[in-house]
Design a protein around this ligand. Structure first.
Ligand SMILES: N[C@@H](CCC[C@H](N)C(=O)O)C(=O)O
Length: 269
């Protein structure tokens, strides 16, 4: 089985090309691939399938040729992955499966339009993030209040006063399971200047990662919400690099690097 390894601001993925949907991608297989010592290592898996051959999204085949079947490192499925969509599009273009330009990609969170050239940064139209209320997370004995934001997948974006670099993210944050019955991605955010934020994230199904694209949009929106300026471009610094989030009245965009670093053949147990 062939694989490709890639990352977007160090949110890293094992890409499994499977155009005809022939691989039975189990949770155990995903967890083994993502394991950083015994496997390839990754925050998740991007299973590359023709939309028309993936029953759960086949109804989107008229809009998007390719389905990003995204799995978290623990094997769970997610609706959307912003960095994953950028890396997925880079893979399709670099391998000749798609042309540079505007590329629609099917996800469990709907069709996302990705824009990319033959090289360089990749932009995803992330849709309109929806603020659904407030909630809180507990971390290391502290309670952090934030906004519940829906980006197809669930987020709790907390703008905090403590430097996020000092927060202990080694354990799953506590959260309200009545508000987030399927779990939540928790962002801790420092607003550090005009339209500039620093973010760390604990991702549902993957733990602390060095970047999260949907999380960066949630972070920018939460920081913008405090200033009252809910449109404009935000720089979001994450441990793995820098992302640009553009908030518009009807949608949002995520821009940043997407890099393929290796390809090879898997030897499965
Ligand atoms: N890293 C991703 C988000 C991946 C899914 C997330 N862990 C979830 O379960 O919702 C991104 O870049 O958006």
């Amino acid at each position: 089985m062939r694989f490709v390894k890639g990352h977007g601001t160090e949110n890293d993925f094992v890409i499994l090309p499977d155009p005809d949907n022939e691989i039975d991608v189990t949770a155990a297989m995903v967890a083994a691939l993502c394991e950083r010592r015994a496997g390839i290592g990754g925050d998740g898996v991007l299973h590359v399938v023709r939309t028309k051959l993936a029953p759960e999204v086949a109804h989107l085949a008229g809009e998007a040729e390719w389905f990003m079947d995204y799995r978290n490192a623990d094997g769970s499925m997610a609706e959307m992955c912003g960095n994953g969509a950028r890396v997925f599009a880079r893979y399709l273009v670099d391998s000749g499966l798609a042309q540079p330009g505007e590329l629609p990609i099917a996800t469990r969170g709907g069709v996302k339009l990705v824009r990319l050239g033959a090289e360089g940064d990749v932009t995803v139209d992330m849709g309109l993030p929806r603020i659904l209320g407030e909630s809180s997370a507990t971390l290391g004995g502290h309670e952090y209040t934030g906004l519940h934001i829906d980006l197809g997948n669930p987020h709790l974006a907390c703008v905090v006063g403590d430097p996020v670099a000092q927060v202990d993210l080694t354990h799953q944050p506590g959260f309200d399971t009545t508000i987030f019955p399927t779990g939540v991605n928790v962002e801790l955010v420092n607003a550090v200047g005009p339209r500039r934020a620093v973010m760390r994230v604990y991702e549902r199904g993957s733990g602390e990662t060095r970047s999260c694209g949907t999380g960066a949009v949630a972070a920018a929106l939460a920081a913008a919400h405090l200033t009252g300026e809910t449109t404009g471009s935000w720089a979001v610094e994450v441990p793995g690099g820098l992302l640009t989030v553009t908030l518009e009245a009807e949608t949002s965009y995520l821009t940043g690097p997407a890099v393929l670093v290796a390809h090879g053949e898997l030897v499965l147990p």
